[in-house]
Every structure is written in structure tokens, then in C-alpha cells.
Design a protein around this ligand. Sequence first.
Ligand SMILES: Cc1ncc(C[n+]2csc(CCOP(=O)(O)OP(=O)(O)O)c2C)c(N)n1
Ligand code: SF4
Ligand SMILES: [Mg+2]
Length: 271
Amino acid sequence: MMLQSVDEYETKLGVPEGWTRTPTHYCPGCEHGILTRLIATVIEGMGIREKTVMVDSVGCSVLAYEYLNCDHIQAPHGRAPAVMAGVKRTHPELTVFTVQGDGDALAIGLLGTIYAAIRAEPVTVFLYNNSIYGMTGGQMAPTTAVGQVTTTTPYGRDLQKTGNPIDIMKILSQTEGPSYLRRGILAPEPVEAKHGMMYQAKNVLQAKKIIENAFKVQQKGGYSFVEFLGTCNVNWKMTVEESKHFLYDQVAKRYPPGIFRDKLGIEGSPK
Ligand SMILES: Cc1ncc(C[n+]2csc(CCOP(=O)(O)OP(=O)(O)O)c2C)c(N)n1
Ligand code: SF4
Ligand SMILES: [Mg+2]
């Protein structure tokens, strides 16, 4: 199906109730937009828009307050988990979530991230891991690969100077608090086909299901943390196509997708 304009696309595929139709600032080819749109679709599907609060963090996800028509509070620089806990404790009937970048959640915000998990706050974190500080121009993040060139590691990330990259699934798996720990991929997968390169949407569709699962876990009183792998073609200095290959060939090998904890058996047997 080839659609020519945004209006034609929205007429055919529909506009989620929670989508404001504001043109987004995301760079073309970035999955931040996919994530925001999927969250809007899931919120509509679950009928929770008027009882949902998004805590906006910092990084390219922050402007979701312009795009998602639910309630918002801003808590930049790693403070989202603490603010989510406050909102949820005072309003347990609400669905409370954040979208944080790897810089926000795993650098300045790592302590807040870990303690919210340890306390098993019934809230939901969606982490957008693009291995870099996207919004501020491509500095090294805690998830940047050893050897990866960024604006602050022009000769490649040096293990001796900066240590190993953080794997948040491994860290949170050491704590008893979380009910749902999941890693997924937001980008369509490039595959060789008979007439050239094609993109499979399988993981994008699965990402929608994972978002729904995370909210369901929260509704059952559990803490859910989802790490989504995404690209930042602009700061990786790649074409959109190269960035999808890099994500699947390199990043997803270092951070394999899967279920790391599923206490409530939301995806099958409890784990
Ligand atoms: C105290 C302070 N430190 C740093 C910044 C700059 N800052 C804004 S967003 C950001 C990093 C964003 O990276 P990430 O969280 O990975 O999100 P992304 O844009 O990659 O999705 C930084 C360092 C700031 N505004 N204030
Ligand atoms: S700077 Fe990177 S992460 Fe931010 S919108 Fe652009 S491509 Fe996406
Ligand atoms: Mg980032």
C-alpha cells in the first residue's frame, strides 16, 4: 500500500485518540516516533487515556508532551522514576509511565532507576536505548560500545578510561522488585529479498504488544521496565538504512532482545 500524504495515511490507518496530530520533531528514520505512536495506540486500545500520566524525562523523548494527549509532568535528568512513584502512591488508580533515554535513565538517573525497581513501585519505564546522547549532539552514553566513535570519544570509546557499557537488564535482574523486565527492538529489520532490501515489521508489532504487557503488569500492581533498542542515524553519522543494519548487526548482538523477568506470566509461564 503506497500512501502519498500524511492525511491519506491517517484516513486509511486511523489516528489514535491520544495523538494530537502535531507535526513531530523526530529526525526521519528515528524510532522515537514509532514508540510515541505505539504508546498512543496502546493507550487508546486499553481505554486508559484519561487515567494516564506520562512523566516526561529529557532527551528526544521529552517533546512527547506535544504529541500524546494524556496528562504529563516533566521530571528531567533522571528524576522520572521518583516523580512517577509520587504520582502513583497518591493516585494508585492512574497508569503512570515514562520514556527515558539511555543518557537520562542510565547516567544521571541510574540511582533513581535502580531504587524504583528495588522498591517495586507499580509504574512503567520505557527506555529508548540508542547507545548515545541523541538530543545534545551525539556524546558518549553509558550504553555506547567500546570503540564506538562519538563526539566525546572521537578515537572510539576507551575501556580503560570509561569502563564497560551498562547492561540495565543484567543490573535489574539482580533485584527482586521488578515483575516484568523485557528488551525489544523498535526498528523494522532489514532483510535481503529477491528484488532488493525489504524491511520486516515483526519486531515493531511485537513492541506494541510489549507496551501493552508492561501496562497490564502495572495494573496488576507490578513494576515493569522495558528497554527498547532504537537508532539515532543522525548522531551515528549513518544513512537510515545503515543505521538499521548497525542496530541489528551490532547493537542487538550486545543487547539481545528477550524476556528477562516475567513474574506474572504475562507472556506465558512465569519467569
Ligand atoms: C544537568 C544537565 N545535564 C545535561 C543536560 C543536557 N542534556 C539534555 S538531553 C541529554 C542527553 C539525552 O540523551 P538520552 O537520554 O540518551 O536521550 P536521547 O536524546 O538519546 O533519546 C543531555 C545530556 C542538561 N540539559 N542538563
Ligand atoms: S537526534 Fe537521534 S534520537 Fe533524537 S530524534 Fe534525531 S535520530 Fe532520533
Ligand atoms: Mg540516547
